[in-house]
Design a protein around this ligand. Sequence first.
Ligand SMILES: *Cc1c(COP(=O)(O)O)cnc(C)c1O
Length: 398
Amino acid sequence: MIPYQKFQNYLNQELDSIRSAGLYKDERIIASPQSSVIRLASGKEVLNFCANNYLGLSDRQELIDAAQNAMSSRGYGMSSVRFICGTQDLHKKLEAAIARFFGTEDTILYASCFDANGGVFEPLLGEGDAIISDALNHASIIDGVRLCKAVRYRYANASMEDLESQLQAAQAQRFRLIVTDGVFSMDGNVAPLDQIHRLAEKYDAMVMVDESHSAGVVGKTGRGTTELYDLKGKVDILTGTLGKAFGGAIGGFTTGRREIIDILRQRSRPYLFSNSIPPSVAGAGIAAFELLENSNELQDRLHENAAYFTGKMIEAGFDIKPTQSAICAVMLYDARLSQEMAAKLLDEGIYVTGFYYPVVPKGQARIRVQLSAAHKREHLDKCIAAFAKTGKELGVLK
Ligand SMILES: *Cc1c(COP(=O)(O)O)cnc(C)c1O
């Protein structure tokens, strides 16, 4: 028996148990650009309501042109980390554009926001410090915190009462950092940053917000939670992704106080030991931020679409989680129902995802709808009509 055989048996058992729990993840193959209308590998065309393509930039011509121009003028890849020979003018320009967008002092790019979060805690905080983290924070924040020796405190999602008691418990530590997602991706709720900021001042803590789902989305001009709560430049650390609203290719960033970013350039491991983002991505990223600096059209349209959709869904009788983002959770509670309804919606040409335990709490199954500036009114109407039809068929609506 070869050494792998025993392990292979074990893996097959694991895979079987994932399958029998109904939790096996299949990839769904798309044979078109990412957009509001996509063509599946089967040839079927559907309306897409499950991408993080909030501003419709994933297939935007200006970004494609900018990526192609950057590739022509700066090549395909960097073959280096940033500090050896992997920094081009484009990387510096993109970092400056991100800082301008958020009203922060400096920015450091990463290959992803997963890397940004993985590399932010360990260089800054140590054994004698405290990280106070929202219970529903993204997996990459949880992993990043694990890599750091600081004492961990956890507070219930967006509960300011619990945050306050955790801050009191953390008073003995040298430095305190509160960390939260800007928008929580399963409900679409925004972190109460105004209250978090007040508690942080009261208990001498710094604040970090992961703006992955809020940047480009939340706030009148899409500058994120610090715009919504009028705290631009007052949050110490922001992390975010280029993989959602800003074109959806790849890349992440940490932006905030000058010295923090400076230390990250010296010590952050995913920055020091992983390759630079390619010129095409940097070039298209610059174009994305230019587009958003020069016009508020996309942000306005997204806000209009989100308000229209949630309003009509509530009118139709659906149970919708209160949302301040482009995420609209249609509550169904029952896991099987969420899967059946998503399947029926796909038959109707609407592409959405049903989520259930363990992705959301038990008995809290739902279909998550993600709105985009790229959705036209007729797309929204078709989606709402399909929800109403399938909702009646499945007894969700009376
Ligand atoms: C999507 C997401 C990430 C990961 O971003 P990538 O750039 O895809 O690695 C991190 N944090 C939050 C809150 C996210 O939603």
